[in-house]
Design a protein around this ligand. Structure first.
Ligand SMILES: NC(=O)c1ccc[n+]([C@@H]2O[C@H](COP(=O)([O-])OP(=O)(O)OC[C@H]3O[C@@H](n4cnc5c(N)ncnc54)[C@H](O)[C@@H]3O)[C@@H](O)[C@H]2O)c1
Ligand SMILES: [Zn+2]
Ligand SMILES: [Zn+2]
Length: 382
C-alpha cells in the first residue's frame, strides 16, 4: 500500500509499505478515504517530538471504510463508513472510565502522561497513522463510530480532531454568559475555538495571530475581532487596552510549542530544544487574561519544562486547564451544532491534496503558503 513516511526533519515522502494486519482480536483495518494534516503533525515534521522514528507514518485525523475486522469486533462490520477519533484508548481503565480518553493507561508503554495517538511518534505509542491507504485501528469497538448518514465526509473528518479540539478548548475555558474570550492562534484549532466560544455564550471574541489571511478567516468564519500581534509593540498592552485595562475573562492558547513573537524563546524552545517548546503564546495568555480568569491550553508542548510564567499565574489566581482532546466525548454536541447549521466545519478547508503529493502539502502548511489553513489528503486521488 502507499503511505506517507517520515525520513527526518522536513523530509517526508510517499512509499510502498506493508499492509497493516489484524494484530489483536479487537483490531480493524480501515481503508482511509480522507485524512488531514494537523498543526500537531508540524511539530513532528520539524523534528520537535521526541522519538519520532524514521519510517513512521503520521496522520491522526482520518475517516474511512472498514476493510477487515478481528474476531472479537462487534460494533463494526466490513463496508461501514467510520470516523476514528485521534485517541487510541481501551475504554475500560481507571482513566477511560472517567472520560479521560486521551490519558488511557493501557495503550502506551512509553509514557504515563499521554495515552495513544495515531501517527504521533513512539512518545504516544508508536502506532502508524492514517496518512495512508490503510491503517490498523486498535480497540475497534471503542473509538470509531459510524458516520451519521447526514454528515458529509469532510465534516466528519474534521470532527476527528481539529473541530473537537477547538470546541474542547472553548469548553475548558469555562465561558460564562457575556465573557470576553481571547484566542491566540488562528489556525484550525483557534478558528474552531473562537467559533465555539459564541455557542457557549461569549459576549466578545478576539483572535490574535500574525498571519493576515488567517485573521481574515477569523473575521468571516468565527465572526471574531482580530489583532495582528506583529503590528503592536506589546500585544499584552494592546489586550489590556481593548478590555478596559482588566484583561480578557478567558483565554485559549491555540498556538503551542512553536509560537513566534519572541526571538529568544523561539530559538531556545523551537530551534535549540532547550525547552519543551517556546512558551510565548502561553505567557501572553497568562498576561492577557484578567485576575481570576481561565487559560485553556490546547497548544501542544514537549515533555520537558518550558519557561512558563507560573508565579504570575499563581498571583493572579488563574485557573489553567488543558489536555489532549478526548475527541469522542465531544461528538454528540458537535453533531447537534452541525445538524442545526451553527457550524459548517469544512468552511476552513483550503486544499485537497492527493496522498502522492503529501510532501508538498507538508511544506505548504508548514511555511503557511498559498493561503493554507487546513489541507485535506485524499488517498484515492491520482
Ligand atoms: N490538545 C489537543 O488535543 C490538540 C489537538 C490538535 C492540535 N493541537 C495543537 O494545537 C496547536 C494549533 O494547531 P493548528 O492545527 O491550529 O496549527 P497551525 O500551525 O495551523 O496554527 C497555529 C497558528 O498560531 C499562530 N501563531 C504563532 N505564534 C503565535 C503567537 N505568539 N500568538 C498568536 N498566534 C501565533 C500561527 O501563525 C498559526 O496561524 C498546535 O500546537 C497543535 O499541536 C492540540
Ligand atoms: Zn491534531
Ligand atoms: Zn483506557
Amino acid at each position: 500500500m502507499r503511505a506517507m513516511v517520515y525520513r527526518g526533519p522536513y523530509k517526508v515522502r510517499v512509499e510502498e509499505k506493508e499492509m497493516p494486519r489484524i494484530e489483536h482480536p479487537n483490531d480493524a483495518i480501515v481503508r482511509v478515504t480522507l485524512a488531514a494534516i494537523c498543526g500537531s503533525d508540524l511539530h513532528l515534521y520539524h523534528g520537535l517530538m521526541p522519538d519520532t522514528r524514521v519510517g513512521h507514518t503520521f496522520g491522526h485525523e482520518f475517516i474511512g471504510v472498514v476493510e477487515q475486522v478481528g474476531p472479537s469486533v462487534q460494533n463494526l462490520k466490513v463496508g461501514d463508513r467510520v470516523m476514528v477519533p485521534f485517541n487510541i484508548y481501551c475504554g475500560s481503565c481507571f482513566f477511560c472510565a472517567r472520560g479521560l480518553f486521551s490519558n488511557c493507561h493501557n495503550v502506551n508503554p512509553n509514557a504515563t502522561a499521554v495515552g495513544g495517538i495515531y501517527g504521533y511518534s513512539h512518545t504516544t505509542g508508536g502506532y502508524d497513522g492514517g496518512q495512508s491507504e490503510f491503517v490498523r485501528v486498535p480497540f475497534a469497538d471503542v473509538g470509531p463510530a459510524l458516520i451519521p448518514e447526514w454528515l458529509e465526509d469532510e465534516d466528519a473528518l474534521l470532527c476527528t480532531d481539529a473541530l473537537a479540539t477547538g470546541y474542547f478548548g472553548a469548553q475548558l475555558a469555562d465561558i460564562a454568559e457575556g465573557d470576553t474570550v481571547a484566542v491566540f492562534g488562528a489556525g484550525p484549532v483557534g478558528l474552531y475555538a473562537a467559533r465555539s466560544a459564541w455557542l457557549m455564550g461569549a459576549g466578545r471574541v478576539i483572535v490574535i495571530d500574525h498571519l493576515d489571511y488567517r485573521l481574515e478567516k477569523a473575521r468571516t468564519f468565527a465572526h471574531a475581532e482580530t489583532i495582528n500581534f506583529a503590528e503592536h509593540d506589546d500585544i499584552v498592552v494592546e489586550m489590556k487596552r481593548t478590555t478596559g485595562w482588566i484583561g480578557a475573562d478567558r483565554v485559549v492558547d491555540a498556538v503551542g510549542a512553536e509560537a513566534d513573537g519572541n526571538l529568544t524563546q523561539h530559538v531556545t524552545g523551537a530551534k535549540l530544544k532547550l525547552q519543551g517548546g517556546s512558551p510565548v503564546a502561553l505567557n501572553w495568555a497568562i498576561d492577557a487574561v484578567r485576575k481570576g480568569g481561565t487559560v485553556s491550553v490546547m497548544g501542544a508542548y514537549g515533555p520537558i519544562f518550558s519557561a512558563v510564567k507560573f508565579g504570575d499565574a499563581v498571583n493572579k489566581g488563574l485557573t489553567l486547564r488543558m489536555n489532549q482532546c478526548p475527541v469522542k466525548r465531544q461528538w454528540p454536541r458537535l453533531f447537534e451544532h452541525i445538524r442545526n447549521g451553527y457550524i459548517k466545519p469544512n468552511e476552513i478547508v483550503t486544499h485537497r491534496i492527493p496522498l502522492e503529493h503529501i510532501a508538498e502539502g507538508y511544506h505548504m502548511f508548514s511555511a503557511k503558503l498559498d493561503g493554507c489553513i487546513k489541507p485535506v489528503i485524499v488517498p484515492s486521488a491520482a
